[in-house]
Design a protein around this ligand. Structure first.
Ligand code: SAM
Ligand code: DTB
Ligand code: SF4
Length: 327
């Protein structure tokens, strides 16, 4: 089989990708890589269908970590207002609203290095209550040990989001307060607890082509491909070290999405942070390249996201239907 055919063969699910193969995917002519990705997409997913996840930040700011992109680190002077863990009632109200607007998954984030013992029982209660509404549940709470992951599973958590964000080599320049291995260990604990994994990264933090390829290679060579792969475009936050990062070529974001689709054929690839800065046409190209999930709702964690009506209008223009809980 020729190199091109091996790289776009829909039936092969691999966990042994070589860095050169990923670099090749990221540097092919744009329409070639989109063509391969769309073929693979259609072999595994219903065409023209997108899954909707709504986010809620349940604890805001004062995080001990120093991730250079993040508005919520206590170490940077940003304009967000810190808030302790939200009350169960407020979270449930937000989840009900998300469901009424068509989301199938409710993702809750907390600005922690890892969940504190004194907050964990409340977190478990939140999972139980949101799950009982008939929504898929997802949480992103930072580093987890196996016991915490198992407790979340028992409470009814479906997905855990924990991003690798970039390559192992570049990660050292993004954060100094935890390691890439810490993140990989948490992903192993989440897998061992039989939670579904949501894991992706950020595009546009000044990373090289090789860094992008290495992140995608690491994700695709995990023992099980993440069920969801969020591809975020950096939202520059005033006051953070990465606020002035050079803007990358948007077509390279499309290439990353197409490569993710080819490398992880059965994963949901989520066009994540950064959509407010993208034209409808660029978003359409990302869906063509195999993205089939978005964050849906006016807010991400601390920043804006396109409005619900705006997204629905775009989907109508593109002939895209949204996934329902019964799909
Ligand atoms: N504290 C937890 C953690 O670090 O995993 C959960 C919250 S953290 C904010 C979740 C993810 O949001 C990060 O890993 C990163 O991928 C994404 N993110 C945060 N700030 C961002 C920004 N300014 N632009 C793009 N993505 C961002
Ligand atoms: C993910 O990959 N992106 C989401 C979610 N997982 C938690 C977060 C995006 C955050 C964007 C910046 C902010 O709103 O603070
Ligand atoms: Fe932000 Fe999470 Fe890093 Fe804390 S651990 S600074 S919340 S990305």
């Amino acid at each position: 089989m020729s190199k091109e055919n091996i790289l776009s063969e829909p039936s092969v699910i691999r966990h042994d990708w070589l860095i050169d193969e990923v670099i090749h995917l990221l540097t092919r002519p744009l329409f070639d890589v989109i063509f391969s990705a769309q073929g693979i997409h259609r072999a595994h997913f219903k065409a023209n269908q997108v899954q909707l996840s709504t986010l809620l930040n349940i604890k805001t700011g004062t995080c001990s970590e120093d991730c250079g992109y993040c508005s919520q680190s206590a170490r940077f002077k940003t304009s967000i207002e810190s808030q302790p863990l939200m009350a169960l009632k407020e979270v449930v109200a937000a989840a009900k609203e998300a469901k009424a607007k068509g989301a199938t998954r409710f993702c809750m984030g907390a600005a922690w290095r890892s969940p504190k013992r004194q907050d964990f029982d409340k977190v478990l209660e939140i999972v139980k209550s949101v799950k009982s509404l008939g929504l898929e549940t997802c949480m992103t709470l930072g580093l987890l040990d196996l016991e915490q992951a198992e407790q979340l599973k028992v409470a009814g958590l479906d997905y855990y989001n924990h991003n690798l964000d970039t390559s192992a080599a570049y990660y050292k320049q993004i954060t100094s307060t935890h390691t890439y291995q810490d993140r990989l260990d948490t992903l192993a604990n989440v897998r061992d607890a039989h939670l579904k994994v949501c894991c992706g990264g950020i595009f546009g933090m000044g990373e090289s082509l090789e860094d992008r390829a290495a992140l995608l290679q690491t994700l695709a060579n995990l023992p099980i491909h993440p069920d969801s792969v969020p591809i975020n475009k950096l939202i520059p936050i005033a006051g953070t070290p990465l606020a002035k990062s050079e803007k990358p070529d948007p077509f390279d974001m499309v290439r990353c999405i197409a490569a993710a689709r080819i490398l992880m054929p059965t994963s949901y690839i989520r066009l994540s942070a950064g959509r407010t800065e993208m034209s409808d046409e660029l978003q359409a190209l990302c869906f063509l390249a195999g993205a089939n999930s978005i964050f849906y709702g006016e807010k991400l964690l601390t920043t804006d996201n396109p409005g619900v009506e705006q997204d629905m209008k775009l989907f109508k223009r593109l002939g895209i239907e949204t996934m329902s809980t019964t799909d």
